[in-house]
Design a protein around this ligand. Structure first.
Ligand SMILES: [Zn+2]
Length: 385
């Protein structure tokens, strides 16, 4: 009798294990926002080597069953003089292409949604590019079109500061959302099939972008304000608007964005931390040591908080409108416990199984929603030629 009870207790666990193994065999794990390229450029960081710092390299991508990544190209407006924004973006994009070429046996540059699926099927890793901030295009639609030719598949309208196109969430309102110029830019992006990214911009700017864009938009790395009420996260009505236009919210893994208590400590210490970092210049090891020390002041945040954000958006909008946008290598080491780098994505698969999600929904959340939005942007652009 006791053995029978034990077997009855065990069987659902085994069934779930079977699902987990099956899913991990061929699931496409696709992250919408990872900032590694600047390390390739500034530090000679090599993707082929396994590292004990930063959050992405090829060995850890393989361990985490990762299939595709949209790498972020950026130059923070406050770190570079305006005349350097465009050349810096071009340099970093070149560093990414060169690194993909150096690892051609394991990684391939993806130029569209079909490419992502084909490369994943072939067993290689798909690398894509995105641009973080409209300030990087020298105010020129032609420059943006050239970025598209070089493989850039989405652009965030604004970064930490306002620009000619849109208000940033972390700046004082200037245009009351998206400017007239920004509206024309969104139309141009729709025509070239480049996805409009609404992370970082003000809530009003997101609503404007959704209204103007004829193709689905994404929030490439934004979490939910209902779970962690901090400025960088999105309120429910904004999330719903993105979903209504067919878009996806890609949840940011930054520990300070997942939990309000962690954010409070992070913000309180940030000016001091940034001043210390500035003082050591390009001594990257010391920069990382400072980042680690300040991260230690923050309360730990479990990867389960991340699952709460995913679950919140999935319940609010349905499972077609949530995806992953970790912001790895852009979070200064402030990662959740249990989700320290790209080798850990499988814990999300297990977590979603345990939360009752179907295999189909898990596949959508982990990658296929993002592929769908890419495809819809490509198809609508073809219809506009
Ligand atoms: Zn960002």
């Amino acid at each position: 009798m006791r053995i029978l009870l034990f077997l009855l207790w065990l069987s659902p666990c085994l069934a779930q294990d079977g699902r987990y193994e099956r899913l991990l065999r061929d699931i496409l794990i696709f992250d919408a926002h990872i900032d590694t390229p600047r390390y390739l450029m500034d530090e000679g960081y090599r993707l082929a080597d396994r590292h004990s710092y930063y959050e992405l390299d090829i060995p850890r991508m393989k361990e985490g069953k990762m299939g595709a990544v949209l790498f972020g190209i950026y130059a923070q407006p406050q770190d570079f003089a305006p005349q350097l924004w465009l050349p810096r973006a071009l340099d970093v994009l070149d560093a990414l292409h060169e690194e993909v070429r150096r690892n051609a046996g394991l990684m391939e540059f993806a130029w569209g949604s079909e490419d992502v699926l084909r490369i994943h099927k072939s067993g290689k890793l798909a690398a894509l590019a995105s641009l973080e901030g409209g300030h990087l295009i020298a105010d020129s639609e032609r420059v943006l079109r050239n970025f598209h030719r070089l493989g850039v598949r989405y652009m965030t309208l604004a970064h930490f500061a306002n620009n000619a196109f849109a208000d940033s969430m972390t700046d004082q309102p200037l245009h009351n959302g998206v400017s007239a110029k920004g509206r024309a830019l969104i139309a141009a992006m729709n025509r070239m099939g480049m996805i409009v990214d609404v992370s970082h911009i003000s809530d009003k700017a997101v609503l404007d972008a959704v209204e103007v864009s004829r193709s689905p938009v994404i929030a490439s790395h934004s979490s939910a304000k209902a779970i962690a009420p901090i400025p960088r996260n999105m309120p429910d009505e904004v999330i719903r608007a993105v979903a209504r236009n067919g878009g996806v919210i890609c949840i940011n893994f930054h520990a300070g964005y997942l939990k309000e208590e962690a954010h409070a400590v992070y913000i309180r210490n940030r000016p001091k931390r940034d001043a210390e970092i500035k003082a050591v210049g390009r001594d990257w090891e010391r920069v990382r040591a400072i980042q680690r020390r300040y991260f230690d002041y923050m309360p730990r945040v479990s990867y389960k908080e991340l699952l709460r954000h995913i679950d919140h958006v999935a319940k609010l909008t349905g499972p077609d409108h949530v995806a992953l946008g970790s912001d790895f290598d852009g979070v200064s080491g402030m990662v959740p416990v249990g989700m320290e780098d790209v080798s850990k994505y499988p814990v999300l698969v297990r977590g979603l199984i345990e939360m009752g999600y179907s295999d189909g929904d898990i596949r959508k959340i982990m990658g296929l929603n993002l592929v769908r939005v890419m495809r819809e942007n490509e198809e609508r652009a073809r219809g506009m030629q």
